[in-house]
Write a protein that binds this ligand. Structure first.
Ligand code: NOJ
Ligand code: CA
Length: 562
């Protein structure tokens, strides 16, 4: 139940579901919609009430669905529109809202729009994309984000022009300056909303609005500068406003959440401000972009930068930004980042404890929490040894480009990818101890982590002390005291403590102290003596509680006397 006058998505507990890897129903090795429907009771049992599903529209799958060739059709690997409708019906019965991924910065080069657009300079769809005629010389320098140092302009001989692709070559950028294109998208959104979808996650939205005077890029960027050359043009506000006007007038409860990691921090509130009618909320990636990465070279993972004070400041900074006029989101893993327990916790000796600690953190934020599939059982990074094991085009492209110029750099890159690669979080769900972890009867599209014999949902559900059951209880707790855990004030304490993340969630009549040990050692927590403790409500160490020391990765929620 949603509190009076509050948007449903503020109280939602979202499960991010990567459908390719969730459950295969027909033995082709790829997860599909029927597989999702089969597992709805599992999700109900966990207690989540919304799903963000990664792309399921027709796609040649160059970037696993982030390259759409028909926005109103279902990808053949995922099943049919009938499977979609059946899934929607089952989700509705289970009171689970579906948030779809809306890939609006680019389409696939196999989309009919692009096929038409590239056929002639005068084609009706030409202006759906960005072109640079070859007779004007070399196009303005822009890099593709998926190929190191590679050009974002791809030459196409048919019309002797270059087209723009900020991501892969098969992902041409759409031209949002064109009102016809914008109308197409509003229509696409209404199509899915009429089918019962509850909202959209706007993929890479800051890139939609480009400065097409193409200012010359500097040789290096200072913080927040990069996006000015790639997107986030002032038109972006106009487009989002228009989207609201055109789409949300008929669907006022539609949730629009933007993937906006690259927007300048000082600008972000202007996209999510409650009075501006643009986005409902947005994600940032400051924590996943820094934790464990080399301070001087962000693409390297060497574990050198696990500075808890910085991490706490990131949480605090985003909470403060959003608390009055916006609404925050929280996550530790998504399909673009490796597994939470392997990155932020400890996937060896303290896997269970640290996964529970991270869940405690996630589910006590003043934000909509996103649980990534598999994190509820503490799935870990797979850490591939060979480039041949990877599926992700970003990893493969960067590796090949580096290899062409410098083998040592290529090897260093692949070493970092063991911890950072997106494929770490994309390996199939581990359901049970049977063949292929119960994910498929066929050959899985991506290798399954060998640890499925000990890490799987079946085992976790049966075990009272599992991560799954701990998460389930935390969800119930969050739902039972929304005034405190969803809406209550968030006050960080012990700002300079480098071992413990500690904060108080409170209302005028209730106070909850949250203590999170991010270290694999016993750490001091004698600072809690200044509080009057009423009762320990959550403890990832069952009954072990010492008011002076926290166990490795211990997490506690303690009710305080008022
Ligand atoms: C962000 C998505 O999360 C990522 O998976 C995708 O590759 C890019 N956008 C391009 O669509
Ligand atoms: Ca399948």
């Amino acid at each position: 139940m949603t509190s009076k006058n509050e948007a449903w998505w503020k109280e939602a507990i979202v499960y991010q579901l990567y459908p390719r890897s969730f459950k295969d129903s027909n033995g082709d090795g790829i997860g599909d919609l029927k597989g999702v429907t089969e597992k709805i009771s599992y999700l109900q049992n966990l207690g989540i009430n919304a799903i963000w599903m990664n792309p399921i529209c027709e796609s040649p799958n160059d970037d696993n669905g982030y390259d759409i060739s028909n926005y109103k059709g279902i990808m053949k690997e995922m099943g049919t529109m009938q499977d979609f409708d059946e899934m929607m019906l089952a989700l509705r019965k289970a009171n689970i809202n579906l948030v779809m991924d809306l890939v609006l910065n680019h389409s696939s080069d196999e989309h009919e729009w692009f096929k038409q657009a590239k056929s002639s300079r005068t084609n009706k769809y030409r202006n759906y994309y960005h072109w640079w005629p070859a007779e004007k010389g070399t196009p303005p320098k822009r890099f593709s984000l998926f190929d190191e140092n590679s050009n974002a302009w791809q030459f196409d001989i048919t019309t002797n022009s270059y087209y723009l692709h900020y991501f892969g070559k098969k992902q041409p950028d759409l031209n949002w300056e064109n009102p016809e294109l914008r109308k197409e998208f509003y229509d696409i959104m209404k199509f899915w909303l009429n089918k019962g979808v509850a909202g959209f996650r706007l993929d890479a939205y800051p890139f939609m609005a480009k400065d097409t005077s193409w200012p010359v890029m500097p040789t290096s960027f200072t913080n927040g500068d990069f996006i000015k050359y790639y997107g986030s043009n002032s038109n972006l506000h106009q487009y989002l406003n228009e989207m609201n006007k055109e789409v949300l007038k008929d669907f006022p409860n539609c949730y629009l959440v933007g993937e906006g990691g690259v927007v300048d921090f000082n600008e972000i509130i202007n996209f999510v401000h409650k009075d501006r009618n643009e986005l409902s909320s947005s994600y940032h990636s400051d924590h996943v972009d820094s934790w464990g990465r080399n301070k001087d070279d962000n693409s390297k993972y060497d574990g050198s930068n696990k500075d808890l004070i910085s991490l706490k400041n990131i949480f605090n900074k985003w909470d403060t930004l959003m608390k009055n006029d916006g609404w925050n989101t929280a996550y530790f893993t998504n399909h673009d980042h490796s597994r939470a327990v392997s990155r932020f916790g400890n996937d060896e000796t303290y896997r269970v404890e640290s996964a529970k600690m991270l869940m405690t953190c996630l589910l006590t934020q003043r934000a909509t929490p996103y649980i990534y599939n598999g994190d509820e059982i503490g799935m870990t990074n797979i850490r591939f040894n060979s480039i041949n094991d990877y599926n992700d085009l970003a990893t493969k492209n960067w590796y090949n480009q580096l290899l062409a110029v410098d083998k040592t750099k290529a090897e260093a890159y692949i070493q970092s990818q063991k911890e950072l690669s997106r494929d770490n979080s994309r390996t199939p769900m581990q359901w049970n101890t049977q063949l292929n972890a119960g994910f498929t009867n066929g050959k899985p599209w991506l290798k399954i982590n060998n640890n499925y014999t000990s890490i799987n949902t079946e085992g976790d559900i049966k075990n009272n002390h599992s991560i799954f059951n701990f998460t389930r209880e935390l969800i119930q707790l969050r739902n039972s005291i929304k005034d405190v855990l969803v809406y209550g004030d968030f006050q960080m304490i012990e700002e300079n403590n480098k071992d413990v993340f500690a904060y108080i969630r409170s209302t005028n009549s209730k106070k909850m102290l949250v203590l999170l040990n991010f270290k694999k050692e016993l750490v001091d927590c004698s600072f809690i003596k200044k509080f009057k403790l009423n009762k320990v409500i959550v403890n990832n160490y069952n009954n072990t509680f010492d008011s002076k020391k926290l166990q490795p990765y211990q997490s506690l929620i303690i009710e305080l006397a008022y």
